[in-house]
Design a protein around this ligand. Structure first.
Ligand code: UDX
Length: 450
């Protein structure tokens, strides 16, 4: 074999996994490693940018996800089951074909994200080592690992994962208190829960468990899972791609026209869907602000059965102080001096990106790990505040205006955000703990590759 390791990188096919695994691939490539990056055929057809600028070290390959083109891929349990039942044999063959291309091409290690632990079993059958890169928080992973304990203590039901009764618990010794109704799997259904328990077992085949976090952000969770190595923040290169929606960079010039710390950035990641009434209330809330806003309105975010999103804006909405775009160059935005705060759904990638920009957060979690992530922002790091629903279950326009002003005027939060940025970014600098962990991993692959 050659001494240049060849990684087969396989994210679960949602953007929140594809982005960090692609960033990780770039880091490996800068260390001279070769990467084969798997995406599903469906996702490849949706891609809005070319893959040829990724350089000679990263090659894309595709496999079908087993679903029909018109199937609903926002139904995660359905996607998970389809991948599990149709992809393993195809993956087996694809890897054999790649390995057959010659000694220099042999795959050294398969790197997967969550929900596809079976891919490590395929690697195991072929005698290939595996690694697991968890793209969300270490605390969320620790919560999955604490499922047997939660069942033993009667806190959740062993078949559904749902709480036996609603209560506040502390998942880990140093983590914030949380409502059992917000445990990360509760919003995703019974099938997802059962799969996840099984998947966490398969992932144990991974010789390395890596996580896009740092020892300063989540010391408690990392202490609980000593095998999990922090390698974050994965921010070294601006590699986020226009995977599914075309990035609108004109907003960067628009931001240049605004004074420092004046613009409210609003974005809810790639999966969250907003009820049309809530969408209207948000629009009116942004109009009420005495400051400019940059709002990412992803096509169909308002869940309106593919009608034009413009149908969903209320008649009274002016939007004159704002700019609305379909998809943003988010990392660049979060590092732009004009940004005052980030209204976010609390997806882990958005949080890491916001922390690295030193930006205060206004938290609006939708599902899964996002509630737990919000607790870290508001209660542990204290770099943001949360939005509260009213008696009708809506986040009102008044609440949006009140919390934005509260947040933007809070000098303590601003100072803590800048401090957290420094602490976090230093982890990936040369000699920092995350960069040492990455080096260990790469050296292992080089030694093993021989
Ligand atoms: C999913 C889950 O929803 C989330 O709970 C989990 O923590 C990670 O996986 P997603 O909802 O897409 O992810 O959110 P997030 O993790 O924040 O990832 C979104 C990514 O899209 C970020 O890397 C962000 O930079 C990028 N993005 C978002 C853009 O590039 N442009 C945009 O306009 C919006």
């Amino acid at each position: 074999m050659s001494s240049c390791p060849h990684f087969f990188v396989m994210p679960y096919p949602i953007l929140g996994h594809m982005n960090p695994l692609l960033q990780f691939s770039h880091v490996l490539a800068t260390h001279g490693c070769k990467i084969t990056f798997l995406i599903t055929e469906f996702n490849q057809k949706r891609m809005k940018s070319e893959t040829d600028h990724l350089g000679e070290h990263i090659k894309f390959v595709t496999l079908p996800d087993g679903l029909d083109p018109e199937d609903d891929r926002s139904d995660q349990p359905k996607v998970i089951l389809s991948l599990r039942s149709t992809m393993p044999s195809k993956l087996h063959k694809l890897i054999q074909d790649i390995n057959a291309l010659g000694c220099d091409n042999k795959i050294t290690c398969i790197v997967v994200s969550k929900n596809i632990g079976w891919a490590l079993e395929v690697g195991h059958e072929l005698g290939i080592k595996g690694a697991f890169l968890w793209p969300a928080s270490a605390t969320t992973l620790a919560s999955f690992e604490s499922i047997p304990r939660l069942i033993d203590e009667g806190i959740i039901d062993c078949q559904t994962g749902l709480p036996t009764r609603r209560q506040e618990i502390q998942l880990l010794p140093n983590s914030p208190m949380m409502d059992t109704a917000n445990l990360p799997w509760c919003s995703l259904g019974k099938n997802f829960f059962l799969h996840m328990v099984e998947d966490t077992q398969s992932l144990k085949l991974g010789e390395w468990w890596l996580c896009n976090t740092t020892c300063d952000l989540e010391p408690g969770a990392l202490a609980m899972s000593p095998r999990l190595l922090p390698i974050g923040p994965l921010m070294q290169t601006d590699t986020n791609k226009s995977w599914f929606w075309k990035e609108d960079s004109t907003c960067l010039y628009w931001l240049d026209q605004h004074p420092p710390q004046s613009v409210v950035y609003v974005s809810f990641g790639s999966l969250a869907l907003m009820d049309p009434n809530q969408f209207k209330e948000l629009a009116l809330g942004l109009d009420l602000l005495n400051r400019p806003f940059l709002w990412v309105v992803r096509p169909n975010i308002d869940n309106n059965n593919n009608k034009e999103t413009s149908d969903s804006y209320p008649h009274e909405f002016h939007g004159s102080k704002g700019k609305i775009i379909g998809w943003a160059p988010q990392k660049k935005i979060l590092n732009h001096p004009s940004i005052a705060c980030f209204v976010t759904h609390c997806g882990w990638n958005s949080i890491i990106e916001g922390v690295c920009g030193g930006i205060p957060f206004l938290c609006w979690p939708f599902f899964s790990d996002q509630f737990l992530n919000k607790s870290y922002i508001c209660d542990v790091w204290k770099v943001g505040v949360g939005l509260e629903k009213d008696e009708n279950g809506l986040i009102s326009k008044g609440e949006i205006r009140k919390k934005v002003e509260q947040l933007v005027g809070n000098e303590d939060i601003k100072a803590r955000s800048l401090k957290l940025k420094e602490l976090t970014v230093d982890n990936s600098a040369e000699g920092g703990p995350s960069s040492k962990n990455l080096e260990k991993f790469i050296n292992w692959a080089k030694d093993y590759n021989g």
